[in-house]
Design a protein around this ligand. Structure first.
Ligand SMILES: [Zn+2]
Length: 65
């Protein structure tokens, strides 16, 4: 009886923008990191995430970078 709601068709892949360096990527690459700061969801590319992994883990706002 339970019918799953079909996913809405997305003709275009959403673009994710790195909150630090501005790099864009189609969709959300698994290598990217998502960080929630002050209720805002931010994404960081693989390079930025690796460079600032410690900052993310210590939960510092990106303004401190
Ligand atoms: Zn970046």
């Amino acid at each position: 009886m339970n019918e799953r709601t079909p996913e809405p068709a997305q003709p275009r892949t959403p673009t994710t923008v790195c909150s630090r360096c501005g790099t864009t990527a189609g969709g959300l690459p698994v290598t990217w990191t998502c960080s929630v700061e002050n209720g805002t969801r931010l994404y960081f590319c693989e390079t930025c995430a690796r460079d600032h992994l410690r900052s993310i883990e210590s939960r510092l706002d990106s303004a401190w970078w």
